[in-house]
Design a protein around this ligand. Structure first.
Ligand code: CP3
Length: 344
């Protein structure tokens, strides 16, 4: 994984899956049933370490992603966050601009201390060849949950702020750039070897807004990590950024770019992989459906991107209904593939 992120082309690419710890695993569901609330699971190092290791044991992924959630940051800034069974995340939506004044970075590291402890334990327990990835949500994606009070279909609350009161919205984004940078640096100091920044909802903006609210924060965070913790690779995942993926590749200075499922592979190879390491981008629902179409899709990705610096992954998180044996078969196929024998 680290070699791939340094720009090397490997005989077979490293592989991990976004959201690889989670409800598709029976061992996760069993532990989850005992853990109480989802945030309790994230903030109990014994359990978070165990859940992080489950997919590594079962499938032998090349990288392990810290088990936590992007919404621990609003929680640590003082916003009320909870997870409702069958609904997903809920937050006490902040009101502008008074709600902004109630957020504070003062107690942040204290609130996130259990996450850092989880990282310290993982970096001792993981086999040395398995790379430990830390992560955070990108400022815009986290802000969208903070303003909507949960998941959203149209992101109307965030868009209304951004278009109607851009100075207030900028204050929130700036606060999140600072807090996210502090958080990622603390994860690095605790032992993560790579960080990924998830901008799951980058794709809802027109060009200018996407630059201001997604690309600029990504650039600032990457620059800060490079300056303060040189040598730690950053992977950006601006899901849905479309043609602007190229601007992320050119302008942000990241080591890697996570491709979403919609990006054409030939374009990604020519326009992105010539500039940095790419990661992705199997459709998680192809992994659910399985069969020949899955084999062909995996082969097509390997053949297009396996001749350059590449990390195999999904184009978005694995979904709970994914059959376990589809993941096994995909892993066997990737392990059997060899770059020198194949051409796109
Ligand atoms: O294995 C891993 O990837 C590490 C853990 C991880 C989780 N969430 C655990 C989780 C990571 C990296 C995330 C990131 C995350 N969380 C994102 C960005 C990536 C993406 O998928 O777009 C976002 C937008 C969130 C916010 C979030 N957390 C939502 C929308 C939900 C509910 C939907 C869902 O999948 O349940 C969560 C809950 C959540 N985060 C679960 C897990 C395992 C399921 C909670 C449960 O077990 O009840």
């Amino acid at each position: 994984m680290l070699q791939a992120l340094s720009g090397k082309t490997l005989p077979r690419p490293p592989v991990w899956l976004m959201r690889q710890a989670g409800r598709y695993l029976p061992e996760y569901r069993a532990l989850r049933a005992e853990a109480g609330g989802f945030l309790d699971l994230c903030f109990t190092p014994d359990l978070a370490v165990e859940v992080t290791l489950q997919p590594i044991r079962r499938y032998g992924f090349d990288a392990s992603i810290l088990f936590s959630d992007i919404l621990v940051v609003p929680h640590a800034l003082g916003q009320k966050v909870w997870f409702e069974e069958g609904v997903g995340p809920r937050l006490e939506a902040i009101e502008k601009p008074a709600g902004l004044d109630r957020l504070s970075r003062d107690g942040m590291h204290e609130a996130l201390a259990p996450v850092y402890e989880t990282v310290r334990r993982l970096s001792k327990e993981l086999p040395p060849e398995v790379t430990l990835i830390g992560f955070a949500g990108a400022p815009w994606t986290v802000a969208s949950y903070m303003l909507e009070g949960g998941s959203s279909k149209d992101f109307a609350a965030g868009k209304r702020w951004a278009y109607g009161a851009p100075d207030d919205f900028q204050r929130l984004i700036d606060l999140l750039v600072e807090a996210t940078g502090d958080y990622l640096i603390a994860q690095i100091d605790a032992g993560v070897e790579v960080v990924q920044i998830f901008d799951s909802w980058a794709g809802i903006w027109p060009e200018e807004a996407l630059r201001r609210w997604c690309l600029e924060p990504a650039k600032a965070l990457t620059a800060r990590i490079q300056k303060e913790r040189p040598g730690i690779p950053v992977i950006l995942f601006p899901r849905g950024a479309g043609l602007l993926y190229r601007d992320f590749a050119i302008e942000c200075g990241a080591a890697g770019l996570g491709l979403d499922t919609t990006l054409p592979l030939g374009w990604a190879r020519d326009e992105l992989q010539s500039r940095l390491t790419v990661q992705g981008n199997l459709d998680p629902l192809q992994l659910v459906a399985g069969g020949d179409q899955l084999t062909q899709a995996v082969e097509r990705i390997l053949n297009h991107l396996g001749q350059g610096p590449f990390i195999f992954n999904l184009g978005h998180g694995i979904v709970p209904e994914t059959p376990l044996d589809h993941v096994s078969r995909m892993m066997e196929q990737i392990h059997a593939w060899n770059a020198s024998e194949r051409r796109a």
